[in-house]
Design a protein around this ligand. Structure first.
Ligand code: SF4
Ligand code: SF4
Length: 409
């Protein structure tokens, strides 16, 4: 069989090398053994079901982003993090994005079977989609008119964007052309604050029950996440009322909420009471410490650990697993250990329930793969990471380092 093997360079990396692209079944690839051992790492970390991971406090979720819709990246992220052993992949409630997640998972499972015949099957992570009941930072896109940008601007917006979602070039009439790549912008807002001319705004949108009805019917979605800031509890109630008839098939319903201040316990109780009569799935509270900031640095994780500590102290906390998000990164597990968040839940000791069910990684999980994914994106022969086995090995190892922090502690 003829084997197609184009080459590309992995720029500015510790793995300075020429990478060959070609089908994995090409038996002479020198890094096939490396790939096997990386996948073995993933098999070790994903040997429990998502449900068991929740119970054991070892649940790890990849957040692709409620607004991130670059299907090539979403597919490759799903491939890598499935091989690395995550329990759930959270993505935009859009059919092409869900399809991309599923393709990535299918490719990972196929790879594991090919390279590890006869070993433990790779767990398929649950697919989760996100919706919102009100204006929310996770559901917005940056917008600006680049024809108003002077060519002399050093373009801090382009430099600061963690998603490489701004592309500009000079035009002949002393202004810039280009702008925001809508599919890649996930609404972090960093570009808005750095523009010296204040040209960048945000377009917010709502993804509600109508946007997910077909997705839920398709059977490709296992879980749903409702983002709320609980400013308008009637909006939450309305969303739930319209949603509840279509969620019977789901395995998990998550509610994602930031620190709601002094009323937090009361508001969580209200939301739980609204959901309770129709709740047939597991429920989870995603505590969103400092939204979309995990890639910024060690300090970003403090807010979510503070929020988890606060919620754990509630004496009348509504039922449901607790999971951290927003500012989560390589430092989160250590910070949780220091704050005693891993101690077993005394009330449920006999059931081996953990106080905290798990962690969701978003910006940081994407950042550690960004160089690899951008190398793939610059290549014209294939957009599939598995066609570049050496990059795939590197990506799975990076991802596994992050996932195993919680899985193997
Ligand atoms: S900086 Fe954030 S808000 Fe601005 S374009 Fe990039 S992803 Fe979108
Ligand atoms: S920082 Fe503002 S003025 Fe400068 S290129 Fe970006 S949008 Fe235009």
């Amino acid at each position: 069989m003829a084997v197609f093997i184009p080459t590309l360079s992995l720029a500015s990396s510790s793995m300075q090398t020429t990478v060959r692209a070609g089908p994995l079944q090409h038996a002479s690839l020198p890094y096939e053994a490396d790939l096997r051992s990386s996948i073995r790492l993933g098999l070790n970390t994903s040997s429990t079901s998502p449900h068991d991971s929740l119970v054991a406090g070892r649940w790890v979720k990849l957040i692709c982003g409620a607004s991130f819709e670059d299907v090539a990246d979403v597919r490759n992220l799903s491939l890598v993090y499935t091989l690395a052993g995550v329990d759930c992949i959270d993505c935009a409630a859009e059919s092409s994005v869900v399809r991309a997640v599923k393709e990535g998972i299918d490719a990972a499972v196929g790879l594991a079977v090919t390279l590890q015949p006869g070993s433990i099957a790779l767990q398929r992570p649950w697919i989760m989609v996100s919706i919102n009941d009100d204006e929310d930072v996770h559901f917005r896109k940056a917008v600006f008119d680049s024809s108003l940008c002077p060519t002399s601007c050093p373009r801090p917006c382009e430099c600061i964007c963690p998603a490489s979602a701004i592309m500009l070039s000079s035009s002949s009439n002393m202004t810039l052309t280009g702008g925001v790549l809508n599919d890649r912008c996930y609404g972090c807002g960093r570009c808005i604050t750095v523009c010296p001319l204040g040209l960048i705004g945000a377009r917010s949108y709502t993804r509600n029950y109508m946007d997910v009805a077909d997705l839920l019917e398709s059977g490709n979605v296992d879980a749903i996440e409702i983002h709320t800031n609980a400013r308008d509890l009637e909006a939450f109630k309305n969303l739930w009322r319209n949603l509840c008839s279509s969620i019977e098939v789901l395995k998990l319903v998550a509610v994602s909420l930031p620190d709601l201040g002094d009323d937090m316990q009361k508001k969580m109780g209200f939301m739980y009471d609204v959901m309770k009569p129709d709740l047939k799935a597991l429920n989870l509270w995603q505590l969103d410490g400092r939204p979309m900031s995990g890639d910024i640095g060690a300090g970003a994780t403090k807010a979510v650990v503070r929020l988890a500590t606060k919620v754990l102290a509630y004496t009348d906390r509504p039922p449901g697993f607790l999971q951290l998000a927003g500012g989560t990164n390589f430092h989160t597990v250590r910070a949780m250990e220091t704050s005693g968040l891993f101690e077993q839940d005394a009330e449920k000791k006999e059931m081996k329930y953990s106080k905290i069910a798990g962690i969701a990684y978003g910006g940081y999980a994407r950042k550690i793969l960004s160089e690899i994914l951008s190398t793939i994106n610059q290549n014209t022969s294939s957009s599939k990471l598995e066609d570049f086995p050496l990059l795939l090995v590197k990506a799975v190892r990076e991802a596994n380092l992050l996932v195993s922090l919680l899985k193997e502690r």
